[in-house]
Write a protein that binds this ligand. Structure first.
Ligand SMILES: NC(=O)c1ccc[n+]([C@@H]2O[C@H](COP(=O)([O-])OP(=O)(O)OC[C@H]3O[C@@H](n4cnc5c(N)ncnc54)[C@H](OP(=O)(O)O)[C@@H]3O)[C@@H](O)[C@H]2O)c1
Length: 287
């Protein structure tokens, strides 16, 4: 790791995207279920993100369910040519807001059609197969049947590129024997670094690694080290957490989630923050 300013774009599939994108999960209601309290602000957040240069948005039709995609469509359709929307399939929501695996070929096909309909597109830019593992951690096991089903939908022209989420290195290898994998989205942030080796391996292959919960997720990161680092740099702790990820590896693409315009502006400004070597060393010890 160096103290150099990170390069600001990276290839995602066949498009070059800004490394600082946006994750849309926080736009649904509490618990990622039902409508948001403030739909107008949700729409304003998306529009401002794109106005400020975000060209990579992460979503799923199981956020809400359907709600987040419908808000994206209302805010941004017809989509700018250079906007890449990455969605994910592999789960459905119960009436009690639970997250349940939906990994059969039929369920995956239904999910792809739900995404097409609710986003209002004929082809999805990128679809990640979300392996269910134990929710936040991948668990070994074959994903052959699921990825084959998605590869068939790709061959039918419904999906441009395929990716994976919540997976192990072995599952990535298994999927690659079926179809190209253009991105991997796993749990990773300042204090959760199980994937250190995977980040580096994917960087060597030119494949984006997209951390979910880059700010710690539903309970954003809190640490005296982070607060002190932020204070020393005149930044906020969340900006330092994002800047650390940007400097961790050039293949890391960020999708911080927020329902707030103020937090959106703060997060996007993290692209300008360069962490000096001594601060990086302190942050590395948080692990
Ligand atoms: N593949 C997967 O399994 C998976 C799992 C989870 C998430 N994701 C994707 O990853 C994206 C990011 O994850 P996430 O949204 O769960 O977690 P996150 O980005 O780590 O953190 C979001 C939380 O941080 C708060 N926040 C954001 N910016 C802030 C700031 N500047 N200051 C203070 N608080 C701030 C948000 O609240 P406010 O709304 O109040 O800002 C929200 O509570 C999601 O949007 C989703 O697209 C994927």
């Amino acid at each position: 790791m160096t103290g150099m300013k990170p390069s600001d774009t990276y290839m995602l599939g066949d498009r070059r995207v800004s490394r600082l994108g946006y994750g849309a999960m926080q736009l649904a209601g509490p618990g990622v279920f039902g409508p948001p309290k403030d739909r107008d602000t949700a729409i304003a957040v998306l529009r401002e993100a794109v106005e400020r240069g975000v060209d990579h948005i992460d979503t799923s039709d199981f956020y809400g369910p359907h709600v987040t995609n419908q808000i994206i469509r209302e805010a941004l359709h017809p989509y700018p040519d250079d906007l890449t929307i990455v969605t994910k399939v592999g789960a459905v929501r119960g009436a009690d807001a639970s997250w349940n695996p939906a990994q059969s070929p039929d369920e995956l096909t239904r999910a792809v059609h739900d995404n097409l309909r609710n986003l209002g597109v004929d082809v999805l830019d990128v679809v990640n197969l979300r392996a269910m593992g134990d929710n936040r951690h991948p668990v070994e096991g074959s994903i052959d049947a699921q990825f084959t089903a998605l590869a068939e939908l790709q061959q039918k022209g419904l999906i441009r590129h395929l990716g994976l989420s919540n997976v192990t290195a072995a599952q990535i290898d298994e999927a690659r024997a079926i179809a190209p994998v253009v991105c991997v989205q796993n749990h990773f942030n300042l204090v959760h670094r199980d994937d250190d080796a995977l980040v580096d391996a994917l960087a060597a292959q030119g494949v984006p690694y997209v951390p979910f919960f880059p700010l710690g997720g539903f309970s954003p990161l809190q640490s005296s080290t982070l607060t002190a680092a932020a204070k020393s740099l005149g930044a906020t702790p969340m900006q330092v957490a994002l800047a650390w990820l940007l400097q961790r590896s050039p293949n890391i693409l960020l999708i911080p989630g927020t329902s707030s315009l103020e937090h959106l502006r703060e997060n996007l400004a993290a692209a300008e923050l360069v962490l000096p070597v001594d601060v990086l060393e302190q942050l590395d010890r948080m692990h």
